[in-house]
Design a protein around this ligand. Structure first.
Ligand code: PMP
Length: 395
């Protein structure tokens, strides 16, 4: 017997396992559509020009690396609020939003979960079927019971709105509902404006606690358009949380730059919430790292760099949409895949079965998640023909 002799091997992360298999594959024309990052037209993770400019200035300034405040860089937090709620949001003028810099979107969800657990430990957390695979584990890890509400409708390649609303209506008062604000991961299928309004009605009627997750702002229809759900909730006089991330929109995956924003009913409430949120952060990791948030803050708070970033973000968004269109066109001979063009963000539920995904990998060296999720942002002019031909062969 040793201290760790009873420790069991944890199950492998399915997507990391896929990446390992891809790495070991010796075929020169292999394609990895299982990834969760944006690749440029040359198949690389881009380093944005706006980021490079801000980094150059930062290196030249040779600043000391003292600790940041517990909730991060104040100018960064304010810039996050403007992106999410709009610069002229009355919530900001009334100082009702508490924002804390976090370790990516994941870190925002985690500190939000810990904060909510202290507030109301017995409520369930509801996530969509399906959802980002870390949602369940993260909220269960924070001690919550996690349940699911219907979301994806395979028959229509759309959202099962009626099922979703009915599922939400069954939740007890105070239940936390995790909602993908845009570019749903893994399906790519989003709610429309009218659907969001109906979701909001159920939230108010049932007294639910919305926790919006926005990891892809700017990847769908644009920075403001993608924040539509956040702004609808903000205008509706409900208290809610928002986990946001710059991993994708700034291509800063490894720097861990995100934020948790909590919308409260008054400035006085905000101050009290902020003090408790800081305790959560203090006992988790004390305070966040400097570099990524300093770079994002420098870009968002500088007119020229901000314009440069918006252009680059627009290029990423347009390229994804062009790849969606290209795939639909190439597949039109074998079926109607128009739904792929209606989906938003990096991911697509392609409708491929697990068996078809297996064939793609074994016969063609094309890797996708067994659920049929493909990363459209991993397609480019150099591989899209092969991918489309292989899909046409297996469907
Ligand atoms: N939420 C969703 C829906 C995501 O897809 C992701 C990233 N894949 C995250 C949160 C976490 O983002 P980050 O990498 O910034 O922690």
């Amino acid at each position: 017997m040793t201290l760790f002799s009873s420790v069991e091997l944890a199950p492998r992360d399915p997507i990391l396992g896929l990446n390992e298999a891809f790495g070991a594959d010796t075929r020169a024309d292999k394609v990895n559509l299982g990834v969760g990052v944006y690749y440029d037209a040359n198949g690389h993770v881009p380093l944005l020009r706006a980021v490079r400019e801000a980094e150059k200035a930062r290196v030249e300034a040779a600043l000391p690396r003292g600790y940041l405040p517990i909730d991060g860089i104040a100018l960064y937090d304010m810039a996050v609020q403007k992106l999410l709620f709009g610069a002229d949001s009355p919530l900001l003028a009334e100082r009702r939003v508490v924002t804390a810099q976090s370790l990516g979107g994941t870190g925002a969800l985690k500190i939000g979960a810990d904060f909510l657990k202290r507030l109301n430990p017995s409520v369930p957390v509801a996530i969509s079927t399906p959802s980002w695979e870390n949602h369940r584990a993260l909220f269960e890890g924070a001690g919550f019971q996690v349940v699911e509400y219907p979301y994806y409708d395979a028959a229509t390649h759309g959202v099962d709105v009626e099922g979703m609303l009915a599922g939400m209506a069954k939740l007890p008062a105070g239940a936390i509902v995790v909602l993908h604000a845009c570019c749903h991961n893994p399906t790519g299928v989003d709610l429309r404006t009218d659907d969001w309004k109906r979701v909001l009605s159920v939230v108010r009627e049932r007294g639910l606690v919305p926790f919006l997750d926005i990891a892809y702002q700017g990847f769908g229809d644009g920075i403001d358009a993608d924040a539509e759900a956040v702004r609808l909730f903000a205008a509706a006089d409900v208290s809610f949380l928002v986990a946001s991330s710059f991993s994708k929109s700034f291509s800063l995956y490894g720097e861990r730059v995100g934020a948790l924003s909590i919308v409260t009913a008054s400035h006085d409430e905000a101050l009290r919430v902020q003090s408790q949120l800081k305790r959560v952060i203090r006992t988790n990791y004390s305070n966040p790292p400097t570099h990524g948030a300093a770079v994002v803050s420098a870009v968002l708070n500088h007119d020229g760099l901000r314009a440069m970033w918006e252009t680059e973000l627009g290029e990423m968004r347009d390229r994804i949409r062009a790849m969606r269109r290209g795939l639909v066109e190439r597949l039109s001979k074998v079926g109607d895949f128009a739904f792929i063009e209606r989906q938003r963000g990096m991911f697509s539920y392609s409708g491929l079965s697990a068996a078809q995904v297996d064939r793609l990998r074994e016969e063609f060296g094309i890797y996708a998640v067994s659920t049929g999720r493909i990363c459209v942002a991993a397609l480019n002019e150099g591989n899209i023909d092969r991918v489309a031909e292989a899909i046409a062969r297996v469907v």
